[in-house]
Design a protein around this ligand. Structure first.
Ligand code: NAD
Ligand code: IPM
Ligand code: MN
Length: 358
């Protein structure tokens, strides 16, 4: 198996180094794994003037799976938009056709007190958010900033984006979400804003059409504003959520706090053949970058998702997740999940502990 390793920016290299240690431990144990590293995001811009250098994209295409850290940083925020790190990430998702982004939010029982919600609200939480990843207002045309006439007779700048979904885009992610719901609690909640947006109206119609193929799954619908509230009020009412690119981005960050920290949430971004890119849902955390403080567990758990979805080696996926459970049970915590009575460790110490537990 060949894995393209794209550390990216900020804490990216620190957290990816811990996942690489885990891959090396598996290799030392007999697994055939080849790794090749390439720059993306700000690192891509620094190395090749492009946040997704041609050679990085080629490597990602040739590899069986991609492991990504995070991209972005304040030093890149004034670049022309096409040169910004975030654009590199969006382009690799689009180029590899990774339209289905799986973001599970799971509470490890020992972390209940790390969540900002009451332990009884989050105890036993096991939620899957399926976020559409290659459409919506992220990619819709036209977009831009331009000068237009203003109501007072002069002119002014306007910024605009287009929220757009084709029915084929909605139906393919719907099939993925129904398939996942079938293997879970057979409850799928489609989240949109159909009371206001035509784009959401079509989304909802297509969800209902696709649901005919999955009579065992109970489909429900919720407006995104209510869904944000319900996720915090009573998150365990949800089993599987399916939603668009922008709503999924926002709701998954909110859901991460149910599991104790954004540093705990992994993700898989899949195409129709389950080829995938694996990355934590969080960003490059410039505030703690370079300090060996970041939580590497979301990245290590993303590796487990790689084994689950792309390699289809469930035993290894279980083994990685089991090692994470073990270090948490041992009381080891990076700063973001630290609570009184537990042992504070660095990013690299956490990586070492997982390797030992594996
Ligand atoms: P962020 O997720 O980077 O950070 C938000 C907060 O969470 C910060 O306080 C940070 O320290 C903390 N945090 C995040 N990951 C953590 C971890 N593993 N361990 C401990 N704490 C962690 O979001 P932001 O600050 O809004 O964005 C920073 C940069 O990252 C921006 O350039 C943004 O565009 C980019 N970004 C990239 C991705 C990605 O690569 N997938 C995702 C989100 C944001
Ligand atoms: C994420 C990030 C990205 C997104 C940004 C950095 C482009 O927030 O992966 O959640 O919005 O998809
Ligand atoms: Mn995000």
């Amino acid at each position: 198996m060949k894995v393209a390793i794209l550390p990216g920016d900020g804490i990216g290299p620190e957290i990816v180094a811990q996942a690489v240690k885990v891959l090396e431990a598996l290799r030392a144990d007999g697994a055939k794994i080849e790794m090749e590293t390439a720059p993306i995001g700000g690192a891509g811009y620094d190395a090749a003037g492009d946040p997704l250098p041609e050679a990085t994209l080629k490597l990602a295409r040739e590899a069986d799976a991609v492991l990504l850290g995070a991209v972005g940083g304040p030093q890149y925020d004034t670049l022309d938009r096409p040169l910004r790190p975030e654009r590199g990430l969006l382009r690799i998702r689009k180029e590899l056709n990774l339209f289905a982004n799986l973001r599970p939010a799971l509470l490890y029982p020992e972390l209940a007190s790390a969540s900002s919600l009451k332990p009884e609200v989050v105890a036993g939480l096991d939620l899957m958010i399926v976020r559409e990843l290659t459409g919506d207002v992220y990619f819709g045309q036209p977009r831009g900033i331009e000068i237009r006439p203003s109501p007072n007779g002069g002119s002014e700048r306007v910024g605009f984006n287009t929220m757009l979904y084709a029915e084929s885009e909605v139906s393919r992610v719907a099939h993925v979400a129904f398939g996942i719901a079938m293997k879970r609690g057979r409850k799928l909640c489609s989240v949109e804003k159909a009371n206001v947006l035509e784009c959401s109206e079509l989304w909802k119609e297509v969800m209902i059409e696709v649901s005919k193929d999955y009579p065992e799954v109970a489909l429900s619908h919720m407006y995104v504003d209510n869904a944000a509230m319900q996720l915090i009020r009573a998150p365990k009412q949800f089993d599987t959520i399916v939603t668009g690119n922008l709503f999924g981005d926002i709701l998954s960050d909110a859901a991460s706090m149910l599991s104790g920290s954004i540093g705990m949430l992994p993700s898989a971004s899949l195409d129709e053949h389950n080829k995938g890119m694996y990355e934590p849902i969080h960003g490059s955390a410039p505030d703690i970058a370079g300090k060996n403080l970041a939580n590497p567990l979301a990245t290590i758990l993303s590796l487990a998702m790689m084994y689950r979805y792309t390699v289809a080696d469930l035993a290894t996926a279980d083994r990685i997740e089991g090692a994470v459970k073990k270090v948490i049970a041992q009381g080891l915590r990076t700063g973001d999940i630290w609570t009184e009575g537990t042992q504070k460790v660095s990013c690299s110490e956490m990586g070492d502990a997982v390797v030992k537990a594996i």
